[in-house]
Write a protein that binds this ligand. Structure first.
Ligand code: MBD
Ligand code: FE
Length: 309
């Protein structure tokens, strides 16, 4: 069948009717977004001459993605989560907000309710054979003021690239901690160096990436939520210099300002001081928060989060 069989006005009329545009009831916001989505979808079907078989294969793919509870993975894979970040960056710029540590995607693997401690935390349960890791930094405001009592919520993968709760192989809340910054605004985490995450072999997301000629891997990264009273909540991550996938992250999370060079510590006294029994890696990740202000776009994102039992 040839492309462009349909007139624009016919597609427009059909999308409007299906979205209840002429009806009194319903939700105006839902109607508007549905109408625009449907009209564009009809256009794409017509322009690309999508066959019935292709259309239903697409429906089947989305159904399987939902069955796998995998939309949280597919969304960053097709750059939409990063796109939402870029829009929020622009909205902040428009509101006169600049400076502060850059945001980047939350991703689908956060688990709420991690253990909370003051100043420092040991994040791993001691069973991971990976390289010991110290993550430390200071939380400050845009004027350079230190922020004691900020909550630094950290989560990352193990040395196999797996997340506790999600992979079903690790203790509850392993590699997930909340640390309250000390009187000098500092936090310190003892952990193990994470490996990058790869989408599961049978996942719809990996299958989609393969069809797009892309890989389905993330570089190693450490996730953060940082919050403090009176400040804008920050969602971010850091990556490591030299990572194989640093600039081809399938989830578009890498930002140059958030790449940290790991320091390798081999000195015996320093190893003992850090509470380890072998050489370790150290990352310094300081954070600048922006003061909350009236009229600024929200950075606290309401989305579904699981809690480990
Ligand atoms: C991750 O660990 C992640 O952070 C994202 C965004 C997607 C998949 C796995
Ligand atoms: Fe992650």
């Amino acid at each position: 069948m040839p492309a462009n069989l349909m007139s624009k006005s016919k597609m427009k009329q059909l999308a409007e009717e299906a979205s209840g545009i002429g009806e009194k009831g319903g939700d105006a916001r839902v109607k508007e977004v549905t109408n625009r989505l449907l009209y564009r979808l009809m256009q794409v079907i017509d322009e690309c001459d999508v066959s019935m078989e292709e259309f239903w294969a697409g429906v089947g793919f989305l159904a399987q993605t939902a069955k796998n509870n995998e939309f949280g993975l597919l969304v960053p894979g097709v750059a939409l989560e990063h796109f939402l970040d870029l829009r929020l960056d622009e909205a902040e710029k428009k509101a006169g907000i600049s400076g502060g540590t850059l945001r980047t995607i939350e991703g689908p693997l956060y688990v709420a309710g991690a253990p909370l401690s003051k100043g420092e935390a040991r994040m791993d349960d001691g069973t991971d054979p990976g390289e010991p890791f110290v993550i430390e930094g200071q939380v400050r405001g845009e004027d350079g003021n230190i922020i004691p009592g900020a909550i630094v919520d950290i989560w990352h993968a193990n040395s196999k690239g797996g997340y506790s709760f999600i992979d079903g192989e690790q203790a509850a809340y392993n590699l997930r901690r909340r640390i309250e910054t000390d009187a000098k605004g500092r936090y310190l985490a003892r952990s193990i160096v994470p490996n990058g995450y790869g989408c599961p072999p049978e996942s719809c997301t990996r299958k989609a990436m393969t069809l797009l000629g892309r890989h389905a891997e993330r570089p190693a990264h450490v996730h953060f939520f940082i919050s403090a009273p009176g400040y804008r909540k920050l969602t971010t991550q850091f990556n490591f210099t030299g990572d194989k996938y640093l600039y081809t992250d399938f989830a578009f999370g890498t930002r140059e300002e958030l790449v940290v060079t790991l320091e390798r510590v081999t000195d015996a006294a320093a190893i003992r001081n850090a509470g380890f029994n072998r050489p370790f890696a150290k990352a310094k990740f300081d954070v600048i928060l922006i003061k909350e202000r009236a009229g600024a776009p929200r950075t606290e994102v309401e989305r579904e989060h699981v809690m480990a039992a």
